[in-house]
Design a protein around this ligand. Sequence first.
Ligand code: NAP
Length: 374
Amino acid sequence: MAKLNFGGVTENVVTREEFPLSKAQEVLKDETVAVIGYGVQGPGQAMNQRDNGINVIVGQRKNSKSWDKAVKDGFIPGESLFEIEEALQRGTIICYLLSDAAQIKLWPTVKKHLTKGKALYFSHGFGITFSEQTGIVPPKDVDVFLVAPKGSGTSLRRMFLQGRGLNSSYAIYQDATGKAFERVIALGIAVGSGYLFETDFKKEVYSDLTGERGTLMGAIQGIFAAQYEVLREKGHSPSEAFNETVEELTQSLMPLVAENGMDWMYANCSTTAQRGALDWWKRFRDVTRPVFNELYESVAAGKESQRSIDSNSQPDYREKLEAELKDLRESELWQAGKTVRSLRPENQKEAAPVASHQSKTAELLKKLVENTEA
Ligand SMILES: NC(=O)c1ccc[n+]([C@@H]2O[C@H](COP(=O)([O-])OP(=O)(O)OC[C@H]3O[C@@H](n4cnc5c(N)ncnc54)[C@H](OP(=O)(O)O)[C@@H]3O)[C@@H](O)[C@H]2O)c1
């Protein structure tokens, strides 16, 4: 296992060079990997494994869009696509990729089929870490581990098709067979990971819940909204407020951060921008730090997991979610964003004739002005 230095701290990382696909194929040659659930992660992980020569089957409830999608993706009913219970019975490694709420509901059925020597695989530490809330307690004579790709199942598949790998974390919770390490790493390579970082179930889920509530999704929307509101209250137009809050960040600055880090992005901005950013970032850190602390404590106390279980298991969960997303979508900030996005050069390419191009632009500008005045 490679030991890499991350900012002065040494961590264990498994690379494809030291654990090549041929080794993964050898480790998994007598296994039947049953991917249970064909939502977002299921398709990416199942197709990548299939294309990597692993004996993979899909378990998915029938009469659903996900079943139809699996068929469209080439899984054959009765051969490589089964109802969940039949796949559970056939699989020697169970990749439990239902939504976190469905994992709780289906657990009694899964447990029944976890016979000695099988392996239970997750892509999230949620079910095991919060076992008092989820009721997910595996039998002692099966391996339990996780591979959590650091991105969507769609990106996992896309990057695999481009010959690249998505980084994943891995963790072993229970090694009943003595082969948990080689099994989990083989699966990590087979699902299309580039590098595999070592973690444990609790750290995986604590960091994941904090990250998505924090800078990845929750905090970023909060900061966008705060800055946008201030700019609007001070008399700036929606387009100006949106451009200075979101558009420039996503289109110009974040790609630079992704490429070479924050210092490099700062180095490639004007001296005025550099001075301001260097003067202000610590203020924002200090003001938000107590909120991040509170967030982490809420995750660690099991409050976030309980809230997620309670709300996601409601029968009208999807309708309520849609109503909340509609509020975001219809907010002035994101409506302004819609118009700004439509003005990007790449979204205007089809309008070849100059006259119609100009009239389309004029129409969009008119819409923007109308939004501004509304
Ligand atoms: N989303 C990601 O990219 C991502 C990234 C990293 C890790 N993960 C983890 O991967 C796991 C799977 O996540 P996901 O986002 O792929 O889940 P998802 O898209 O929400 O999965 C939905 C799957 O669960 C099935 N399902 C839902 N309710 C069910 C029920 N009551 N009975 C039977 N099946 C039911 C769905 O079938 P129907 O279509 O028939 O409803 C579908 O197959 C989770 O542990 C998640 O935390 C996800």
